[in-house]
Design a protein around this ligand. Structure first.
Ligand SMILES: [Zn+2]
Ligand SMILES: [Zn+2]
Length: 154
């Protein structure tokens, strides 16, 4: 399982591999030491039970999607179709636009799920990290507040 640990101080994402994660990692952005408590289940990749960064056990699943990538495809599509539109080739223009949208849907459909820690937003990728329930705003509110109080942000 691949982990992107979120620095509690500056929110920088620090990629770590669960299998050989050290006990402490240093944030490359702010220099803070972040202790990692990787459980046996996480290290061996059997199950995502406890977050190594904050010790929380609540995760939500979301699609591993980079919105910038999808947007780029659509923007390129619009740019190309605008050229054809300019030359009064409406039909070609529309089909290019439709094609760009389809490519976008295709990319989205192939995305894998990842799990995110409700408290510290650390991300987990891997086959065993695809079983988390959908995001719940109420849970997020409660747990984020609890965590931020714990690390002294509020
Ligand atoms: Zn940091
Ligand atoms: Zn966490």
């Amino acid at each position: 399982m691949d982990i992107v640990a979120k620095c509690p101080q500056c929110d920088a994402g620090l990629p770590v591999s669960a299998a050989d994660a050290p006990d402490v990692i240093k944030c490359g952005a702010c220099g803070r030491d972040i202790p990692l408590a990787v459980t046996q289940a996480v290290r061996s990749g059997t199950r995502l039970d406890v977050c190594p960064v904050c010790g929380g056990a609540d995760f939500y699943g979301r699609k591993d999607f980079d919105p910038k990538m999808g947007l780029t495809v659509v923007i390129i599509g619009i740019a190309i179709s605008a050229v054809f539109y300019w030359f009064k080739r409406d039909l070609i223009a529309y089909s290019i636009l439709a094609a760009a949208t389809l490519v976008d849907l295709f990319i989205y459909g192939r995305l894998k799920d990842l799990s995110v820690c409700y408290r510290c937003h650390t991300e987990f990728r891997g086959p065993e990290a695809r079983t988390s329930p959908a995001f719940d705003l109420h849970t997020a509110d409660v747990l984020e507040m609890e965590y931020e109080r714990k690390i002294g942000r509020r």
